[in-house]
Ligand binder design. Sequence first.
Ligand SMILES: O=C(O)CCC(=O)C(=O)O
Ligand SMILES: [Fe+2]
Length: 281
Amino acid sequence: MKFQAVDKVSNISGKEFHECYVKPGKPVIFEDLAKDWPASDLWSFEYFRSRYGHWMIPMYDKSYHEPGAGYMKPATYKRFGEYLDIIEHEPTDLRFHNFQIMKEAPELAEHYHTPRIMNGFLKFALMFFGGKDSTLNLHYDIDCSHVFLTHFQTRKKLYLFSPDQSELLYHLPFTNHSHLDVLQPDMEEFPAYEKARGMVADIRHGETLFIPKLWWHFVHYVEGGFSLALRANDSVATKARGLWNLVRLFTVDTGMNYLAGESWKKYKENQAKRNASRLLV
Ligand SMILES: O=C(O)CCC(=O)C(=O)O
Ligand SMILES: [Fe+2]
């Protein structure tokens, strides 16, 4: 599949951003949104290693969505310093995700500013760390917020799809994810994917990707690095939908995984295939 490159912009006004990207729901990369942030100069592998290297952190890998007792649970634990050494120097599929800044290290919040480009920014900030060649499953963000993802150190790629293509992407019911591997899609297993139209964002140190709410994204760490995700949600209806998604994931999906494991996974996959096959004719 050919992916359309996401626009890169700088010096754009809030009005222009709203008209060209928020209203139509279109991703864009800001080259300069983080240019005045102390984090752009301060944050490095060494910065995190010297301050938080002693923490024991949960590590996730490709088994994240495998059914059974480990469903959406950490694959292992490591010292943060040891993990940072690995991702700085060698490939690994281990990721440290959803690191909650305000809870674990609120002092880091002094190193970035809430963007003034739109209203509705949440105080909630997350960080994501990944090693060279690690990937994150195709998913959309369950709380239905817009995401502003600023990358640090190296480079990573995000493959993006609009929400109206959920069925072509084999959206697994009761969840916010899909088992389709965007880098190596199995076209026999997922034939409808051929009709999907994706975009690709190649982001480098200091660049910020705007992911509009409900957009699907698959993350590929081309090199080891880390990102900060700020979120904006200015609509009560979208907040309510996000809450409903969370309840569904953490009650129905995890409960059924606990009760039925492999057969619950099969049921969801079959439903996804049935929904996609309607679009094949
Ligand atoms: O960059 C990552 O590892 C994950 C980013 C992501 O999925 C998000 O910010 O919603
Ligand atoms: Fe995400």
